[in-house]
Design a protein around this ligand. Sequence first.
Ligand code: PGA
Length: 256
Amino acid sequence: MRRFLIAGNWKMNLGPAETTTFFEEMKTLTADVSDGAEVLVCTPFVSLPAAVDAAAAIAGFKVGAQNMHFEDNGAYTGETSAAMLNELGCSYVILGHSERREYFGETDAIVGKKVVRALGADLTPVLCVGEVLAQRKANEQNDVVATQLKGALSGLTPDQIGRTVIAYEPVWAIGTGEVASPQQAQDMHQFIRSVLTELAGKDVADSVRVLYGGSMKPDNAEELLGQPDVDGGLIGGASMKAGSLFKIVEIANKLS
Ligand code: PGA
């Protein structure tokens, strides 16, 4: 049986009050997500305590952050460490999202340091990779993604790589309504596994969950999750309403 990972990425949306409302709605849909797909939402930092509290009422529902600093503590005004996220009850953290790379200057080297630190604090990193439209048009997507993966993961042991989740997010499909075709997703996911095989061996590469992200929603989730190398979704817009996130969870459960 496949165990999908369905992860919401709320970005800079849903403050604490809206987070509580989201979980009230989610609770009317399910009291237990511990069987079937693994489910989580990654909320803004300020909403994490509300999310962790409310998620406790739904068995198995997890909470993650969208970023963190690679140092444990120190003079880094405005930053949050892995240990702090762990203390709060987070189990996942998104790292290297294309919006962090584009608007906040995150490089593969920085993202790599964050991945190591997250693993050291028992957080599962969701490492995001993906090409922009011009790179896709120039057929450079494989080179771009291989460089991102190697740049972030080459200093890690196979065991560390095995505890990482990868999210393939073609930047041209994020928030645009345009979605990669199931075949484009499958081809890239297979390629990602070949790079992971180079870095950590086939067994690890086969066990790493590779998510698709970019305009996934209830009406396209089935064909994307139906691809053999797509192990789940990182979902922005469609994860902010409990009803639409839950529909994607139900699709994943049907395909398991
Ligand atoms: P989207 O965002 O589903 O709204 O396209 C996905 C993401 O950026 O993680």
